[in-house]
Design a protein around this ligand. Structure first.
Ligand code: TYM
Length: 335
């Protein structure tokens, strides 16, 4: 990596709390692959974040490995990107604790995701769910990341990370790089197909609303055919008045590269039936090679192991340096 020292650095991650969705692909992963040549990239399976909500242990392990295979199948070449499992790099827990002590109760209380998730998990509002943004700040700051490519829903977490880093730097000098969020212009907020006022989410109660990256073609097509639209039979981009149609246009635009104008012209005078079928087919074609390659990679567990072991080593190398610096700054006695 010697010749890559001057490249700007990227860190991002996804929770392996379920099957990856079309939302996480369009909002995050699809953009990551395009950044690999220009940046020094670190992408993780954020398994430590996942246990803020109760998980079935065997499922968590399976989702973590499948997520790694899907990252690679989506174009993240392990030779060019550091792919690792968060819990394999102890520095995340180490810096996470330190940053807990530099993060205010009041600012954590304002996180919209905490409010949403505590409403959904009323029987398990644990301390980890509350302090989650401090761990996410540690994830980013450990790597001195310049850029954090995420969907729109994570913007607030990147902002609190900037606040924590600025506060820490204000006390101890220039310890952390202040990161910028990188949010795609289209695809940053993919909505549920059945309730387009809500984000498409793997925890969606209605399975018809969420498309999964590894889903069978016929299931994807069926979900798009049933997608909620409106009654005025006109394909036009207007998220406030036509949330369902606008969401489908957004998905179609990212899948095909067509602009909203081009899409409006393509479906001018045609019914929603044609439109929904076209969107579904474009998503099937977008995801087909990824699904096939993921299945192929999952058959070779020893290759996947070699990728995450090498990733943990490379990630630790960078992350441990930051932890060392931070421990010294806060006054921990050197071992
Ligand atoms: P997570 O696992 O909920 O989502 C992973 C990524 O996918 C994006 N995303 C979406 N984008 C558009 N439309 C959607 N419907 C949609 N659903 C999900 C998310 O914005 C995210 O980019 N806290 C993070 C994981 C994390 C992380 C980090 C991210 C842990 N540490 C450090 C960046 C840097 C999360 O829960 O994402």
């Amino acid at each position: 990596m010697e010749n890559e020292v001057h490249k700007k650095r990227i860190l991002s991650g996804i929770q392996p709390s379920g099957d990856l969705t079309l939302g996480s692909y369009l909002g995050a992963i699809k953009n990551w692959a395009a950044l690999a040549d220009e940046y020094d990239c670190y992408y993780m399976m954020a398994d430590m974040h996942t246990i803020t909500v109760r998980q079935v242990p065997a499922d968590l392990r399976r989702h973590t490995l499948t997520q790694l295979a899907t990252y690679i199948a989506s174009g993240l070449d392990p030779e060019k990107n550091v792919l690792f499992v968060q819990s394999h790099v102890p520095a995340h827990a180490q810096l996470g604790w330190v940053l807990d002590c530099y993060t205010m109760f009041g600012e954590l209380s304002r996180m919209t995701q905490f409010k949403d998730k505590s409403a959904k998990n009323a029987d398990n509002i644990n301390a980890g769910l509350f302090t989650y943004p401090a761990l996410m700040a540690a994830d980013i700051l450990l790597y001195q990341a310049d850029l954090v490519p995420v969907g729109g829903d994570q913007k607030q977490h990147v902002e609190i990370c900037r606040d924590i880093a600025t506060r820490f730097n204000g006390i101890y000098g220039d310890v952390f790089k202040i990161p910028e969020p990188y949010i795609p212009p289209v695809g940053a907020r993919v909505m549920s197909l059945t309730s387009p006022e809500n984000k498409m989410s793997k925890s969606d109660k209605d399975p018809g609303g969420c498309v999964y990256m590894l889903e069978k073609a016929e299931d994807i097509l069926r979900k798009f055919k049933k997608a909620v639209t409106d009654s005025d039979a006109c394909v036009r981009f207007d998220p406030a008045a036509k949330p369902g149609v606008s969401n489908l246009m957004q998905i179609y635009s990212v899948a095909t590269g067509k602009t909203f104008d081009e899409i409006e012209r393509e479906f001018d005078g045609r019914g929603y039936g044609d439109f929904k079928t076209a969107v579904g087919e474009s998503v099937v074609e977008l995801l087909r090679p990824i699904r096939e390659e993921t299945e192929h990679l999952l058959a070779d567990k020893s290759y996947l192991e070699s990728v995450y072991r090498a990733g943990a080593e490379k990630a630790s190398h960078v992350a441990d340096r930051t932890v060392g610096k931070v421990y010294k700054k806060v006054g921990f006695l050197a071992r």
